[in-house]
Write a protein that binds this ligand. Structure first.
Ligand SMILES: Nc1ncnc2c1ncn2[C@@H]1O[C@H](COP(=O)(O)OP(=O)(O)OP(=O)(O)O)[C@@H](O)[C@H]1O
Ligand SMILES: [Mg+2]
Length: 247
């Protein structure tokens, strides 16, 4: 999950993907790279908290880790990425080692990132089969997209030729009555037709209420027909794309 801007829905989407997969009985690990650990906080009722740890390579592979886990603030990732991009081989090898370690225990890994550009975000982009970019279709959308495309290009350099990461833009917090938002979404859709998730999440109070209660929106004890199904659609789409890329 990436977007260097804050309050866009990275944590909201991360948690909904994790809940969605966990409900299907999948083994899920969430890496919360944001120092504020919002994802780790939201998931705490259902996900065993591991960390803060020096490195996600730290956990003992002989021990059976919990089926649902959340690593908080994996510090060592920062140190490793003080390498310059020219030494990208080193980062790439490290990411592969982490992936192989996690794959022994988990079916899915969801990574939440901080609203800033740092080495950890780069690591996440290098490691991911699929990158979801929540985007608020407002006046910062263009700037966000520029930043993200530069970051993804850098990650792709490390991933190497023919191994570019796929990304999908999720319009979130959409004011459905705004003509300006609609125009911006149309423009972005025309420019990047293969990279826009075909469902947009409207701005709904339900989303904020669910976040406060630390539950997925589909578990709110009220009529959520205007918000929950669309979130399910988006989450399923992202999981589907990631599975396709990983295959
Ligand atoms: N579709 C939506 N409708 C209404 N509120 C939303 C929606 N999506 C997210 N929110 C709310 O917006 C706020 C910011 O969302 P979230 O924490 O997921 O963003 P973020 O990108 O992770 O932010 P940060 O970069 O600061 O970590 C939260 O209060 C969340 O509940
Ligand atoms: Mg967040």
């Amino acid at each position: 999950m990436t977007n260097e801007r804050g309050g866009i829905g990275k944590t909201t989407l991360t948690c909904h993907i994790a809940w969605h997969l966990a409900e299907q009985g999948k083994r899920v690990v969430v890496l919360d790279l944001d120092k504020q650990c919002h994802s780790a906080g939201m998931l705490k009722a259902e996900f065993e908290q591991i960390g803060p740890v020096q490195s996600i390579l730290d956990f003992d592979p002989n021990e059976e880790p919990p089926a649902l886990a959340c690593f908080k603030n994996t510090r060592q990732i920062v140190e490793l990425t003080t390498d310059s991009p020219q030494q990208g081989q080193h980062i790439g090898a490290y990411v592969r080692a982490i992936r192989a370690g996690l794959a022994k225990h988990y079916d899915y890994c969801v990574i939440d990132t901080a609203p800033a550009w740092d080495g950890r975000n780069l690591m996440a982009l290098i490691a991911s089969d699929y990158v979801a970019v929540p985007l608020d279709p407002d006046k910062t959308a263009r700037q966000s997209l520029n930043e993200i495309s530069q970051s993804i290009s850098l990650a792709n350099k490390v991933r190497g030729e023919g191994n570019a990461t796929r990304f999908g833009i999720v319009f979130n917090r959409v004011q459905t009555t705004s003509e300006v938002s609609k125009m911006l979404m149309d423009r972005i859709g025309q420019a990047l037709p293969a990279n826009v998730v075909p469902h947009t999440i409207p701005h709904r109070e339900h989303m904020r209420e669910a976040a406060l209660l630390e539950i997925p929106v589909w578990r709110l004890a009220k009529d959520t027909r205007r918000s929950a199904p669309i979130v399910r659609e988006v989450v399923s789409y992202i999981v589907d794309q990631a599975e396709r890329e990983a295959a």
